[in-house]
Write a protein that binds this ligand. Structure first.
Ligand SMILES: NC(=O)c1ccc[n+]([C@@H]2O[C@H](COP(=O)([O-])OP(=O)(O)OC[C@H]3O[C@@H](n4cnc5c(N)ncnc54)[C@H](O)[C@@H]3O)[C@@H](O)[C@H]2O)c1
Length: 374
């Protein structure tokens, strides 16, 4: 291609607006760099400068205020979606509308000859996703799920500890996304628009674990609560059991005023914790099982030796592994997949599996039972 790959965006709200600025500024930093907020790492030499690969064709939104927002930043605003789809200079559409709009928009885009990068949750159900996958096959157009949180450093740290067995064999992982602001008061609180925390943060937490653990998920158990919203779940707790016996606890909460750690990982030779998004945390690695001189400690009204903390010479505290990486991997891979230069990393089949885990979660929460899975 002798020109830059051009992306048009439908839905220019919080996320679409972030994408528009990221593409326009070339940083890929979907956190409003041009509006004064930046995320560390986007200026690293490891990070692809997507400005060299792509440019913004324009945006479409049904809200005049968002159209005005885009115009004020020098972006082209299409009069409607048909105008974007008939723009022959646009190679792809990035879908960032509420969840119930994705299916129709994706199908129309592929049929109009555009590749699609679709915000998560890509669809409302696995049935919808299968239909969209069929159109992708028929038209030969890329349909790419934007499940982007596989490139968050907190996850990459846990992935490294798990994959490289830095603390031995992992037997339990917990990830908790905890907030205290309730469910947002927009379409996220309305079921028919795809509201609820399962389709919001639930996708991310399931996506990451499913991408990391190369094993069958044999059991799913989930409970959901409505504390700040009567229509859609605002608190979700998921238990996954993998084939090897590895257990995973995933929580998404919006009414928690005291936070537990973002990640904890337990392995047979140590434990790791990531406390928060600032990545405070540590690994504690076992040096030796021998810790003979331990005196009992007082636990409530009784004594315990079993639960007494280890003495320092039998364990060592280590900093979390940190590393640099390409923060724009997903944008780069999407564009290069469309250009036939790379294999798609976040595959449609992976998104389908994540969707099916979410469906098993809904079923489990409704029936109050464990759902046998793969
Ligand atoms: N990957 C991530 O980390 C991440 C983060 C936030 C949101 N999202 C996803 O992005 C999507 C949008 O979420 P958001 O937070 O930006 O929501 P939002 O409400 O801030 O923005 C949605 C925008 O779409 C517009 N819109 C609605 N219907 C439309 C239509 N038919 N045609 C054109 N425009 C239309 C609205 O006017 C609004 O500006 C959702 O699917 C959400 O799950 C992903």
């Amino acid at each position: 291609m002798d020109r830059k790959f051009r992306i048009g965006i439908i839905g220019c709200g919080g996320m679409g607006g972030g994408h528009a600025i990221a593409i326009q500024s070339g940083t890929g930093n979907a956190v409003w760099k041009a509006d004064g907020v930046t995320v560390p790492g986007y200026d690293s030499p490891m990070t692809t400068n997507i400005g060299e690969m792509t440019e913004l064709a324009g945006i479409v939104d049904i809200d005049p205020a968002r159209e005005e927002w885009a115009r004020a930043r020098g972006m082209y605003v299409y009069p409607d979606y048909d105008a974007l789809l008939s723009d022959e200079t646009a190679d792809a559409v990035l879908i960032a509308t509420p969840n119930d709009c994705h299916k129709e928009e994706a199908i129309r885009a592929m049929r109009a000859g555009k590749h699609v990068l679709c915000e998560k949750p890509v669809m409302m159900s696995s049935e919808e996703l299968l239909e969209v996958m069929e159109v992708s096959r028929e038209t030969g157009k890329v349909f790419y799920p934007r499940q982007n949180r596989e490139w968050d450093e907190d996850f990459l740290i846990i992935r490294k500890i798990y994959e490289e067995k830095l603390l031995g064999e992992t037997f339990e992982i917990q990830c908790r996304i905890m907030g205290s602001r309730g469910i947002p008061g927009d379409w996220r609180g309305i079921r028919k628009h795809g509201g609820g925390m399962m389709l919001d943060w639930g996708v991310h937490v399931i996506d990451r674990i499913a991408a990391m653990v190369p094993e069958k998920i044999i059991r799913v158990f989930c409970s959901m609560k409505n504390i700040t919203n009567t229509e859609c779940e605002d608190n979700v707790t998921i238990h996954l059991t993998f084939e090897s016996g590895l257990t995973v606890l995933l929580e998404v909460d919006t009414c928690h005023f005291v936070n537990l750690p973002l990640w904890t990982l337990y392995a047979d030779h140590g434990s790791a914790v990531i406390e928060n998004w600032k990545l405070d945390g540590k690994m504690v690695r076992l040096r030796s099982w021998e810790d003979k001189d331990t005196a009992p400690i007082l636990a409530g009204a009784g004594l315990t030796k079993t639960m007494a903390p280890r003495q320092n010479n039998s364990v060592e505290e280590l900093p979390l592994p940190r590393f640099d990486f390409d923060r724009n991997t997903l944008y780069r891979n999407f564009i290069n997949t469309c250009l036939g230069k790379e294999e798609q990393i976040v595959t449609q089949e992976h998104a389908l599996r994540v969707m099916r885990v979410m469906e098993a979660c809904f079923e489990s929460a409704e029936k109050g039972t464990v759902i046998p899975f793969e």
